[in-house]
Ligand binder design. Structure first.
Ligand code: PEP
Ligand code: MN
Length: 336
């Protein structure tokens, strides 16, 4: 339930309503901006007599939130959430372009790719240290050593680093070493992991589950937010359908749907969505035209010999060309 207050409401009156709701067992989240003053109620609101609140002259209206996600709901936070990562932002006017190899393979590899993507205009560097592979016999990532290489690449380029966390066991190390913690598709409903991530002060890049609905996706974000961490960036990376010509089916409609339903930033990963390097460019452009707040792109200097996801990786030169087109589309969309 949302209580929208009149702009002229006094602090003491807000406190009075707040205390009353809390006494009835609700958790109260306050949201205030230039245009809104809102109390978002969580918990069992059935004990609240709606007549009592609507009769209050400081209350503009009451909105019942039908969706199961509350903190992630735009009704709870009408303005877009902008997440700060160092001196960069995700969710504002600027596009967040996260680029880099599927896996960190060595120090030279990651630093040279970092230099190239930075030069072309990327804002963040990605690189997997621990890889969630379908086969236990496939390359599993080089582990903690990769985090050290990523940090060196960050020192050299200034690009904040993004890497996937697969186990709660590694949480403290990730909180210390990386700038954005990625939760991969396969862990989107690892609720214990999500709860732990809700207790840290670090941006989380949450990828949509392999076969999850948009509502399940937003509920996964809600798990993190419910524990107190509101810094969640959503990432549409394609879902499993009957179509075998692409690795997954990129659900671009998820972008405007999520923009309407939630205030959280949403970026698109056309690399994992398609599984093919030649499909990355058209879908990256389409994602920005559809209103995505950024892109996650796999870039590799030698895709033919990449240890993971070479087929869908683009070379740095292609990435640089794509960035030029993206800038044009972003300009048409009123973004920088
Ligand atoms: C990745 O980003 O490297 C990855 C494994 O992605 P996803 O979880 O979307 O498959
Ligand atoms: Mn990959």
């Amino acid at each position: 339930m949302i209580i929208v207050l009149r702009p002229e409401v006094t602090e003491s009156e807000v406190k009075r309503i707040r205390d009353r709701m809390m006494a009835l067992g609700c958790q109260v989240n306050e949201y205030q901006s230039q245009n809104y003053r809102i109390l978002g109620l969580l918990g069992d609101t059935s004990r609240i007599d709606p007549g009592l609140i609507s009769g209050n002259r400081n209350v503009d209206k009451i909105i019942h939130v039908n969706e199961p996600y509350k903190k992630a709901n735009r009704l709870f936070h009408p303005e877009d959430t902008i997440i700060r990562v160092g001196d960069r932002t995700i969710g504002g006017k600027d596009l967040a372009i996260i680029a880099g190899p599927c896996s960190v393979e060595g120090e030279d590899q990651i630093t040279s790719i970092a230099r190239e993507v930075k030069k072309a205009g990327a804002g963040f560097l990605r690189g997997g240290a621990f890889k969630p592979r379908t086969s236990p016999y496939s390359f599993q990532g080089i582990g903690e050593e990769a985090l050290a290489y990523l940090k060196r690449a960050r020192e050299e380029t200034g690009l904040p680093i993004v890497s996937e966390l697969m186990s709660v066991r590694m949480l403290d190390i990730f909180v210390r070493e990386v700038d954005i913690i990625q939760v991969g598709s396969r862990n989107m409903q690892n609720f214990e992991l999500l709860k732990e991530l809700g207790r840290v002060d670090k941006p989380i890049l949450l990828k949509r589950g392999l076969s999850s609905t948009i509502e399940e996706f937003l509920m996964a974000a809600e798990y993190i937010m419910a524990e107190g961490n509101g810094k969640v960036v959503l990432c549409e990376r394609g879902i499993r359908t009957f179509e075998p010509y692409t690795r997954n089916t990129l659900d671009l409609s998820a972008v405007p749907v999520i923009k309407r339903k939630s205030h959280l930033p949403i970026i698109v990963d056309p690399s994992h969505a398609t599984g093919a390097w030649w499909l990355v460019e058209p879908l990256a452009k389409a994602a920005i035209a559809a209103g995505a707040d950024g892109l996650l792109l796999e870039v590799h200097n030698d895709p033919a010999n990449a240890l993971c996801d070479g087929n869908q990786s683009i070379k740095p030169e292609r990435f640089a060309n794509l960035m030029n087109s993206i800038r044009e589309i972003a300009r048409l969309e009123g973004r920088c």
